[in-house]
Design a protein around this ligand. Structure first.
Ligand SMILES: *Cc1c(COP(=O)(O)O)cnc(C)c1O
Length: 374
């Protein structure tokens, strides 16, 4: 391992210092009186403890340490971000020269934000579609490597478990792919749904072996904090450093930091683990409900908190759910998914409401409550 391939960083950013905030630029003995950031002298009366009075630390140390600990990473490998969306955007901006041909590679069907960031930044999006094998999707990583070489793309985005597929990238294939591309592109593995994967096989630990690997994690899904907007990039410290210099000066609002820190305490993590287990159990029930539904032609294996299905009569299925005031995600606008619908795993009652809307009720001989309580 020879360290992060820094030629993949935009040349004009390699020595770029970024914004110098009052927080980070104060040197000298520890101050007693802080008059360097034009903050208010007194708290707002709705914030009597002054929790939000001052600009927050750019990378709050306690949260960074807690997130690193949770992920089994070193703190200097972790960059906190305003959701993983901000980390995605930061990687594109840091690695791809704007307006150049050095863009990104994505494997549809996949998360839409990768392409949005690239388009906004003015770089091309190269698509290498996944292969549909009926119960799961497969990434064609050989074709991805060829596309990187042919186009000079700087970043590859893979989501695993994938959205909307629910599929996990094959570990042996990913290992080969990482070795193959070691200094040609940064490979971003987005593990937004990692906690719901039964194998829970995170690649965070592989970052030290593969300095061009970047892993994204978030508190939006398993931790139930989508509204707090807290995510993290786990990468080689050299990449973390340059993405941070491109990042907004104070990315994480103080109240978001407080709630995220509480959610990473051991007791809260035990609750999260219990919710994840319940979700995984209900995912099986939802998949079974959908599989036995008229017109459903495929139910994909999911390692996430949703189930993707194909239906010959998707209109009818969507109508039935809409009539019951149940919103699901119509995926039919996406290439290769012209008959697909994605359903998130809700509470027990919400899953049963889906079953009922689709004309199914639990077989009265099966003991519903006991089954559900397991
Ligand atoms: C939901 C989701 C995210 C989460 O983004 P945040 O900005 O952290 O809320 C990231 N990646 C994928 C694939 C997702 O589906």
């Amino acid at each position: 391992v020879t360290g992060f391939p820094s030629h993949l960083v935009r040349e004009d950013l390699r020595r770029f210092a970024g914004y110098s905030s009052a927080r980070t630029s104060f040197a000298g003995p520890p101050a007693r009186i802080w008059l360097n950031a034009n903050e208010a002298a007194e708290p707002n009366h709705v914030d009597p403890n002054g929790q939000a009075r001052r600009y927050p630390a750019p990378q709050p140390e306690r949260l960074r340490a807690a997130f690193a600990d949770y992920l089994g990473a070193e703190a200097d490998h972790v960059l906190l971000a305003r959701g993983s969306d901000e980390a995605i955007d930061g990687l594109v901006r840091t690695l791809c020269p704007p307006g150049s041909d050095a863009g990104i590679v994505v494997c549809p069907p996949t998360f839409g934000m990768y392409a949005v960031s690239a388009v906004v930044h003015g770089v091309p999006v190269h698509e290498v579609p996944q292969v549909d094998t009926g119960r799961r999707f497969r990434h064609d990583l050989g074709a991805v490597a060829d596309t990187v070489r042919r186009t000079g793309a700087r970043v590859v985005f893979l989501d695993s478990p994938g959205n909307p597929t629910g599929t996990v990238v094959d570990p042996a294939e990913l290992e080969t792919f990482l070795q193959d591309l070691s200094d040609e592109a940064v490979v971003v593995l987005d593990e937004a749904y990692g906690e719901f994967d039964d194998e829970n096989a995170s690649w965070v630990g592989a970052v030290s072996r593969h300095p061009h690997l970047a892993v994204l994690r978030t508190m939006s899904k398993a931790h139930g904090l989508a509204g707090a907007r807290v995510g993290a990039l786990v990468a080689d410290p050299a990449l973390v450093d340059v993405v941070q210099r491109v990042q907004a000066p104070y990315p994480l609002p103080a109240p978001a930091v407080v709630v995220a820190l509480l959610a990473l305490a051991p007791e809260a993590l035990r609750h999260t683990q219990a919710r994840v287990e319940a979700t995984v159990r209900r995912r099986a029930r939802l998949a079974q409900v959908l599989a036995t539904c008229d017109g459903v032609s495929a139910v994909y294996d999911s390692a996430a908190n949703f189930v993707l299905v194909r239906a010959t009569n998707a209109d009818t299925l969507l109508d039935q759910l809409r009539t019951a005031a149940i919103a699901v995600r119509d995926m039919r606008h996406l290439p290769g998914l012209s008959d697909a619908v994605r359903v998130s795993v809700g509470t027990d009652d919400e899953v049963e409401a889906v079953a009922e809307a689709l004309g199914q009720t639990r077989d009265p001989r099966t003991p519903a409550r006991e089954d559900r309580a397991r």
